[in-house]
Design a binder for this molecule. Structure first.
Ligand SMILES: Nc1ncnc2c1ncn2[C@@H]1O[C@H](COP(=O)(O)OP(=O)(O)OP(=O)(O)O)[C@@H](O)[C@H]1O
Ligand SMILES: [Mg+2]
Length: 414
């Protein structure tokens, strides 16, 4: 027998000391057969231990959510060490003179910007304006001109309303990483001049039983409450991480979380001032229920920038941001960066700017001792050569991305 005090040992002990066993052994068994039984049972135990170890390694290697919850089962009790994330942060973007505002900051994507302007921004702005006017008491209007203006606006709105145009209050941005899903949502909030609440869906997770479900409920309650005071864009990033069809999980906790999310999501109909924008890199992992929910009416693909957009991105991050540069061939730069994403181009422009400015730091002593000349200051510019070199050295972020995920995804789910 091993010294290990396992359940197996107790079982073995109970069997071998039982009167029935002793009786059987003394009658028909030989002591050497008992010894061989003991060694066989021990061998069996060692194989059981080995199998358990293999299963454990298998689970952690494959790292599935099921494996994780088996290794770290949900805790019961009160999650005292976890702060209930019911307090939401409503961001309000501040307009700064030197910084492009709203869609001005978005290079390219002209078709998308126009579409959003017509079907989303203009009607929503109008709706928000009218709601604000309706909330105002007539006494608050100081001058007869203002009163007249409000009357006309309300009249115009009632004419517009007759056409029963439904405004989409939800959108899904999908596409490869770093193509600007988060960026454009923030710029949209700037365009609309509304509050912005961002939530990464992974943040709802808790290791406490039922706490994730409660987090979801609290979050939506708080967001809806905030939207009673002002129009809000609710940005649900990485929506696939909660509402995922990837694993076909039958796990009851996960099912409860998804069901709570869908319940809250559908109940957003009662929050007219809340616009929901969800984003994902993995549309193929989304639970079909979220797509059927009706809240994400519009599904918009954000892909790598086209030729025109790439040209504009270089211009935006070099010329328009005032970085010193020699005459640049934007057509060539655009040509060299096919299949690069917006964030790649931004990063490469930062890189060449840093390189071009590096030698200026060496001139600190000269500036301090007064010997700095105009000649010293000249020639520190971004050049075509430095850009070409950086582009060659920097692989596109899409290199590792399986683009087939996005091809005809929308057609498949329609
Ligand atoms: N159209 C654009 N014009 C100007 N800059 C852009 C544009 N699109 C993206 N960028 C720049 O690229 C950066 C990365 O974009 P962003 O983080 O929005 O990508 P994402 O699609 O949300 O990525 P992820 O899938 O990883 O969440 C932005 O911070 C922004 O500076
Ligand atoms: Mg993002």
């Amino acid at each position: 027998m091993t010294q290990k005090d396992s359940g197996f040992d107790a079982f073995f002990q109970a069997i071998t000391t039982s009167p029935e066993f002793k009786d059987a052994v003394t009658k028909d068994w030989k002591w050497d057969s008992l010894a061989s039984l003991e060694s066989s049972l021990e061998e069996m135990q060692s194989w059981v231990d080995k199998a358990a170890n293999i299963m454990k390694n298998f689970d952690s290697t494959f790292n599935t959510p099921e494996a994780q919850s088996a290794i770290n089962p949900p805790k019961t009790g009160n999650p005292q060490d976890e702060q209930a994330p019911s307090i939401i942060e409503v961001q309000r973007f501040e307009k700064k003179e030197w910084k492009p505002w709203g869609f001005e900051a978005v290079a390219g994507m002209d078709v998308l910007k126009d579409e959003l302007q017509d079907s989303f921004i203009k009607p929503i702005r109008f709706k928000f304006l009218i709601e604000r006017l309706k909330k105002q008491s007539p006494d608050m209007e100081s001058t007869p001109e203002e009163k007249k203006k409000h009357e006309l606006l309300l009249k115009l709105y009632s004419e517009y309303e007759k056409f029963k145009i439904s405004i989409p209050t939800g959108m899904l941005f999908y596409g490869p990483p770093w193509t600007g899903k988060t960026f454009i949502t923030k710029k949209l909030a700037e365009e609309l001049g509304c509050g912005f609440v961002a939530k990464n869906m992974g943040e709802f997770g808790s290791s406490y039983l039922h706490q994730t479900t409660k987090n979801i409920k609290d979050f939506f309650t708080a967001t809806k409450k905030a939207a009673e005071k002002e129009p809000i864009i609710l940005f649900l990033d990485e929506i696939d991480s909660l509402v995922s069809a990837r694993t076909d999980r039958v796990d009851a906790n996960k099912a409860e979380e998804i069901s709570q999310f869908l319940q809250e999501f559908n109940a957003l109909e009662t929050a007219p001032n809340l616009i929901v924008i969800a984003a994902t890199n993995r549309p193929d992992h989304l639970d079909p229920a979220i797509l059927r929910s009706g809240r994400l009416d519009k599904k918009i693909y954000l892909g790598p920038p086209d030729e025109i957009a790439r040209r504009e991105l270089f211009k935006m991050y070099i010329e328009k941001s005032g970085r010193p540069h020699e005459a640049l061939d934007y057509d060539e730069l655009s040509h060299l960066t096919e299949w690069y994403v917006s964030a790649d181009i931004e990063t490469m422009c930062d890189e060449v700017a840093r390189d071009a400015s590096r030698n200026l730091l060496e001139l600190l002593d000269e500036a301090e001792n007064g010997s700095l000349t105009d000649t010293d200051l000249s020639g520190h510019t971004i050049t075509m050569d430095s850009l070409r070199k950086t582009i060659i050295e920097t692989p596109s972020s899409l290199k590792m991305v399986d683009m087939s995920i996005y091809e005809s995804w929308l057609e498949k789910v329609k």
